[in-house]
Design a protein around this ligand. Structure first.
Ligand code: IMP
Ligand code: MG
Length: 175
């Protein structure tokens, strides 16, 4: 692993306050309904757990894991399901929970695939968004933080599988 350091970009306090705020907004949005949260592993796990704690309407959870098809996702945008959802999403109010939207390729593919399964509704929330990097248009319903085009870690995000457990968002610096 290349020599690097991690600088704090968004503190734990700021991240958690924002997620709490989003939990309240989502709870209002889904009043009288039941939310089915779909976490995109592995990065989305920390965000989903924290968000779920602040959702006050009935809520269920499921997980899926995707990876690139034959190597370079970044160029193909075709994703392979490594672990599919355990439960059907048909007629459910589904909210997909993702760590970060970068090019948008993964999520645009995933959302289309989930839409084909006929949920009652399908929305997307993300902890982080790098709008400058977008290649494929994807409709994001809730964004906690828009960030500049830098490589970030923590709160579920990794650098070579490290740093997912950092309780804050950091920027990886190579200088
Ligand atoms: P995309 O939107 O299809 O380009 O890919 C998004 C995925 O790339 C995310 O789910 C992350 O796994 C990964 N990713 C993108 N930017 C970062 C970053 O800054 N740090 C860690 N992982 C990232
Ligand atoms: Mg991810």
């Amino acid at each position: 692993m290349e020599k690097h350091r991690v600088e704090t970009l968004i503190s734990q306090e700021a991240v958690e306050a924002k997620i709490k705020e989003l939990g309240a907004i989502i709870s209002k949005e889904y009043e009288g309904k039941q939310i089915h949260l779909v976490c995109v592993l592995r990065g989305g796990a920390f965000f989903m757990c924290e968000l779920a704690k602040h959702i006050t309407v009935p809520c269920s959870l499921d997980f899926m894991s995707v990876s690139s098809y034959g190597g370079d996702t970044k160029s193909s945008g075709v994703v392979k399901i490594v672990k599919d959802l355990d439960d059907s999403i048909k007629d459910k109010d589904v909210l997909v929970v993702e760590d970060i939207i970068d090019s948008g390729r993964t999520l645009s593919y995933l959302m289309e695939m989930l839409r084909d399964r006929k949920p009652a509704s399908l929305k997307l929330c993300t902890l982080l968004d790098k709008p400058d990097r977008r290649v494929v248009d994807v409709k994001v319903d809730h964004v906690c933080f828009e960030i500049p085009d830098e490589f970030v870690v923590g709160y579920g995000l990794d650098y070579d599988q490290r740093y997912r457990n950092l309780p804050y968002i950091g920027v990886v610096k190579f200088d």
